[in-house]
Ligand binder design. Structure first.
Ligand SMILES: O=C(O)CCC(=O)C(=O)O
Length: 283
C-alpha cells in the first residue's frame, strides 16, 4: 500500500522543539549574548552542584594561581576550579552535553570544540571580575570563541551576576594598558583600559539552570557577591568552532563532541592582536 504525503504527515512523530529560538539566535548576533533555559534538566543541575561540592576538597591545586581550594581567600582571588574536565569524566560530559553542543552549533554555524571549563564558587563576600574580552586570552583564530555559562545558583545583582556591553562583540580586541596597583580581577577595575566611552554595561540576571551564551569579543565582567548567605556558582565552558586554526597554549588539548583530542587546532605563536607577549593567558 502506498502512503500518500498527507497520511505520512499525519502519522509522523512531531519534530522535537528547537532548543534555541530564532529570537535568541538573533539576539546573540545583535547583542553578543543570549540566555537559553533548561538545557540541563533539574536532576542534572543538582548533580553538577553536588559533584562540585565534593570535588572542591580533592586536594588538586587547580584554583587561581595554582592553589588548592582551601588556600584561596575569595575576597582576594577568584575561587574557581580551572579546567575541571581535565580531572573528571563527569565534568567533561557536562561540558560536552549534547543539548549545549546543539545550541553552540546553532550559534557558531559549525560544530563546537571544547577549549576550557571552569567552575566558579563565588561565595558570599567574593570579589567580582573586571571587564574583559575572552578572546584576548584564548587567542582563537579566527575569533570563533564562545562561552556557555550555566547558573547553578540564580545569578542576581546581589550575588554578582555578569555585566555585559551589548554590541561590543562586533569590535576588535581592546588592548589593555597595565595600570600599576590595579587588579583587573577586582570588580570596578577593568582589564580594558581605557574603557570605551560609549560602552554602557548592563546586568544580566540568570535563573538557576539556564545557560547564558556570549561571544569571545563581548566586553563583560561580574559584580562582587554582596550577600551574606548566597553563593553564585556557575559551570562554564569556552568553545571555538571547527574552523579554528590556532589557540593559546593554555586551552590545549582541544576536544571534539566525542571527547577526542583534535589535531586541527595549532598552538598560537603570534601573541594575538596586542602583540608584545600580551594575551593568551589563563583568564
Ligand atoms: O562568572 C564570572 O564572574 C566571570 C566569568 C567570565 O568572565 C567568563 O566566563 O568569561
Amino acid at each position: 500500500m502506498s502512503i500518500t504525503l498527507d497520511t505520512f504527515s499525519q502519522t509522523a512523530a512531531a519534530p522535537a522543539p528547537a532548543l534555541i529560538s530564532a529570537d535568541q539566535i538573533e539576539q546573540f548576533h545583535r547583542d553578543g549574548w543570549c540566555v537559553v533555559p533548561a538545557l540541563f534538566d533539574a536532576a542534572e543541575i543538582e548533580a553538577i552542584e553536588a559533584f562540585f561540592e565534593g570535588f572542591k576538597h580533592n586536594g588538586i591545586a587547580m584554583y587561581d594561581d595554582g592553589l588548592k581550594f582551601e588556600q584561596i581567600d575569595p575576597a582576594q582571588r577568584q575561587l574557581r576550579a580551572m579546567h575541571p574536565h581535565r580531572h573528571s569524566e563527569r565534568a567533561k560530559d557536562w561540558a560536552l552535553h549534547p543539548r549545549v553542543l546543539e545550541v553552540l552549533a546553532a550559534l557558531l554555524g559549525r560544530p563546537a570544540l571544547l577549549a576550557q571549563t571552569m567552575y566558579y564558587f563565588k561565595p558570599p563576600g567574593a570579589k567580582g571580575q573586571g571587564m574583559h574580552q575572552d578572546n584576548f586570552y584564548l587567542l582563537a583564530a579566527p575569533a570563533t570563541c564562545i562561552a556557555a555559562w550555566t547558573a547553578i545558583d540564580a545569578a542576581t545583582l546581589d550575588n554578582g551576576c555578569l555585566w555585559v556591553v551589548p554590541g561590543s562583540h562586533r569590535n576588535a580586541i581592546h588592548c589593555p594598558k597595565e595600570v600599576p596597583g590595579e587588579n583587573w580581577n577586582n570588580y570596578g577595575d577593568s582589564h580594558i583600559n581605557p574603557f570605551p566611552r560609549d560602552a554602557k554595561p548592563i546586568a544580566v540576571t540568570v535563573p538557576r539552570g539556564s545557560t547564558m551564551f556570549f561571544g569571545g569579543q563581548l566586553i563583560h565582567g561580574s559584580g562582587p557577591n554582596r550577600t551574606k548567605d548566597t553563593s553564585r556558582r556557575t559551570f562554564i565552558g569556552h568553545y571555538v568552532n571547527e574552523s579554528t586554526t590556532s589557540l593559546s597554549k593554555f586551552y590545549h588539548p582541544v576536544l571534539n563532541a566525542r571527547g577526542e583530542v583534535v589535531s586541527t587546532v595549532a598552538v598560537d605563536t603570534g601573541g594575538g592582536p596586542c602583540g608584545d607577549g600580551k594575551g593568551g593567558g589563563v583568564h
